[in-house]
Design a protein around this ligand. Structure first.
Ligand SMILES: Nc1ncnc2c1ncn2[C@@H]1O[C@H](COP(=O)(O)OP(=O)(O)OP(=O)(O)O)[C@@H](O)[C@H]1O
Length: 344
């Protein structure tokens, strides 16, 4: 079951929140939508769920048009489930009752699941590892357990499309990492397509099959985590996802002459789009520092931070601050005059 968005736009009054979104969510894939606050991620998700109408374009789920300029099928008729940021649990319902609820009331729950709802509740409790908490009310659960209940409720009816809006943002850092694995496991078990909204690139890179990078209501790039990380196609993607340093200059025959210097760098895998813009993007771990300043772009070490496996340096190069990561064997002092170059 694929989900197809064609030329989808969204206006709130005069404000355009989404511009010409074209996207296909493949059957069974884990798709992350990643972008900064306000870029339109939640609006896009709410339109898929049916909580928000479209201002233009069409949304098709499982060969059925669910939204276009003159119709919007309501959420309960779309065979999609949504997991919310703040868990959205009911205080008066136990864990088991939360899971049973969609089995009783969701029109998409199959006859078999409805008839065997108690068995399905047990199955889901097992999947979310809360077998001994079925009779607990939300107030008697930890944050991670609450989120597992909301995941369990979402998968109870075996929906084909699971929408998740920053589901881990209310949890502390350690639990977030643990829950990433839980969600991956859930994805493997359910085989549902997942659309996962986040502003945390670590989450998107770790879990997604493909990532959609959004900025100011537009899609900047769609690709696998590796494509997005290693081959960013826009300046925004390069800086937002991999924290790349952008250098201006001139590309000619796979050689890059750095602006304001005589230094030339060879290509270490820049995308054609960035080359056409005469930009060289280097991630912090892609830059070597040396005491040798001959024929090198030179600068001064401004700060050094110890990070366990590496040092993070900031280097002032002609007034531009460049962030570089080096292994702990590469030690430089604040104030050192150094040369920098791309790592092959
Ligand atoms: N109901 C609304 N009325 C007017 N403007 C809205 C409405 N909902 C969202 N917006 C605007 O649309 C833009 C996109 O909002 P959206 O919530 O989709 O962003 P987001 O990427 O999910 O951000 P965050 O990560 O902060 O949740 C924002 O500028 C927001 O202010």
């Amino acid at each position: 079951m694929s989900t197809i968005l064609k030329d989808v736009n969204k206006l709130f009054g005069n404000f355009q929140a989404l511009y010409d979104i074209n996207l296909t969510i493949r059957e069974g894939e884990f798709l992350a939508i990643l972008g900064p606050s306000g870029c339109g991620k939640t609006t896009l998700l709410r339109m898929l769920a049916g909580f928000e109408t479209t201002s233009g374009g069409t949304i098709e789920i499982n060969d059925q048009i669910v939204a276009n300029h003159n119709k919007s099928i309501p959420p309960e008729k779309r065979n999609v489930s949504m997991v919310f940021q703040g868990f959205a649990l009911w205080p008066h319902m136990t864990v088991s009752e939360h899971i049973k609820f969609p089995l009783q009331y969701d029109q998409f729950a199959s006859k078999e699941l409805k008839e065997n709802s108690s068995r399905r509740v047990d199955e889901v409790l097992d999947i979310i590892d809360l077998k001994d908490k079925g009779n607990n009310y939300p107030h008697a659960l930890s944050g991670g357990q609450k989120q597992r209940v909301s995941l369990g409720r979402a998968i109870a009816t075996q929906p084909k499309l699971l929408l998740m809006d920053e589901p881990l943002s209310a949890l502390d850092a350690e639990l977030r990492i643990e829950m990433r694995r839980e969600i991956q496991r859930l994805h493997q078990l359910t085989e549902a397509s997942i659309v996962y909204v986040t502003h945390d690139q670590g989450e998107a890179l770790a879990m997604a099959d493909r990532i959609v990078i959004m900025n100011q209501g537009r899609i900047e790039q769609v690709g696998t985590p590796e494509e997005i990380y290693y081959h960013p196609e826009t300046e925004f993607v390069a800086t937002f996802v991999s924290k790349a340093n952008l250098f201006k200059g001139e590309w000619k025959d796979n050689q890059f002459k750095v602006q304001g210097s005589d230094v030339t760098w060879s290509d270490v895998g820049m995308t054609e789009v960035l080359k056409a813009k005469n930009i060289y993007a280097l991630r912090p771990e892609q830059i070597r520092i040396s005491k040798n300043i001959e024929n090198q772009l030179t600068g001064e070490i401004l700060t050094r931070q110890f990070q366990g496996k590496e040092y993070h340096y900031s280097v002032n190069i002609n007034g531009k601050v460049v962030i570089i990561q080096r292994p702990i064997t590469d030690i430089f002092e604040v104030g050192d005059r150094v040369g920098i170059e791309p790592v092959e």
